[in-house]
Write a protein that binds this ligand. Structure first.
Ligand SMILES: [Zn+2]
Ligand SMILES: [Zn+2]
Length: 375
């Protein structure tokens, strides 16, 4: 096996360490809560049953959404965004970036693209050899272009993007509920054990009504760990709820997407209700379940800029292009272009021609954002 191959395998293995760490903490929290707290510590049967039922509900939802976030493959650009064979050969032979841009513009004229690089060039990934759809970015950790990429999350060892963004939000929500529930129910036993600990150090202390066993250690730690995770998840969760409301990805919050009128951080925002429906779907009964209900195909996104353009009255939003194909990672079909969209792109191509120094590719598009605030 080539050394580079071995290195890559090692990197892939090491990338699972944060996930294994979280899984071990979750397994321990389950044991500590169910066995040490509910079975050994809580004296009342009624209290035990209520705690166990609510705990298991939040545990199942948390594990389900975490699982879906980890194992949903990121969605990649469809074949339509690859250069056709002739153009690809031409592109590879060509050394001048301006001529390469001309080839890209020719291919892009039949694609539903509204965003460009900062210099007004077609966004092209040299690594994947694909024209990047709107909101798509190359992830260096996954080594692929990811549709509506939000960020690469080391805690799930996966890219958070179009195919699993809803699962990621639910994972944050349910982990917050899980930790809050544990912290709230453990608190009274935490206080009792804590005072017991302190009294034990003094001589002739009165006996506590709690069993002085190894349960003490687990209950004390359970509270500390749950409270610590609560605080860190809460900030991240609030930030992502704000992003959903604005219809922005983390990458777009850092750098606004560039439309033909220039950068616009609100370019994809359709209003609060529609922004939420973009991620969660329009059927409220599925909002809280980690099943794929996001709107669209991940390749094209409605933009208020184009819809409100008086020259392009027929280019409207794509509310009906709901596709479930993203769930298994691959998008098969891009939505067909209307004539006006083609015209729009043609216009754009001409305006871009004047800009002369077109970029070969936007190298700064390769982004990995790690979530340091999560633990
Ligand atoms: Zn790429
Ligand atoms: Zn990634």
């Amino acid at each position: 096996m080539a050394p580079s191959h071995v290195l890559r395998c090692c990197q892939r293995g090491l990338a699972w360490i944060p996930v294994i760490f979280i899984a071990l903490v979750v397994c321990w929290s389950y044991y500590a809560y169910v066995v040490e707290l509910c079975i050994y510590t809580i004296p009342s049967t009624g209290e035990k049953i209520i705690y166990l039922v609510v705990f298991h509900l939040s545990f199942i939802m948390f594990v389900w959404s975490y699982w879906k976030t980890i194992f949903t493959r990121p969605a990649n650009p469809s074949k339509e965004f690859c250069l056709p064979k002739a153009e690809k050969e031409q592109y590879e032979k060509e050394e001048r970036p301006e001529a390469q841009q001309e080839i890209l513009k020719r291919v892009a004229s039949s694609l539903p693209l509204y965003t460009r690089t900062g210099a007004g060039a077609i966004r092209y990934c040299d690594r994947c050899q694909v024209i990047k759809p709107d909101r798509c970015h190359h992830c260096s950790a996954c080594d692929m272009c990811v549709l509506k990429m939000d960020h690469h999350c080391p805690w799930v060892n996966n890219c958070v993007g179009f195919s699993n963004y809803k699962f990621f939000i639910l994972f944050l929500a349910y982990s917050l509920i899980y930790c809050l529930f544990i912290a709230a129910t453990v608190l009274q036993y935490f206080i009792k054990f804590w005072t017991l600990c302190r009294r034990k150090s003094a001589e002739n202390c009165p006996k506590s009504d709690l069993p002085d066993s190894h349960a003490k250690f687990h209950v004390l730690f359970l509270f500390f760990v749950a409270a610590m995770f609560c605080i860190s998840i809460l900030s991240l969760f609030t930030y992502h709820l704000w992003l959903v409301g604005k219809n922005r990805s983390t990458i777009e919050a850092f750098r606004a997407p560039v439309f033909r009128n220039g950068p616009d951080k609100n370019g994809f925002s359709l209003g609060f209700t529609k922004n939420i429906a973009q991620v969660f779907g329009d059927q409220k009964k599925y909002w809280l379940l980690p099943v794929f209900t996001s709107q669209g195909d991940g390749l094209t996104f409605p933009t208020r800029l184009v819809a409100s353009d008086p020259e392009q009255p027929t280019v409207v939003l794509h509310p009906d292009t709901q596709s479930k194909s993203a769930e298994d990672g691959s998008i098969q079909q891009s939505s067909p272009l209307s004539e006006s969209q083609n015209r729009l792109l043609d216009n754009h191509v001409h305006t871009n021609e004047d800009q002369g120094n077109a970029l070969k590719s936007d190298e700064s598009e390769t982004i990995t954002i790690s979530m340091e605030s999560e633990s």
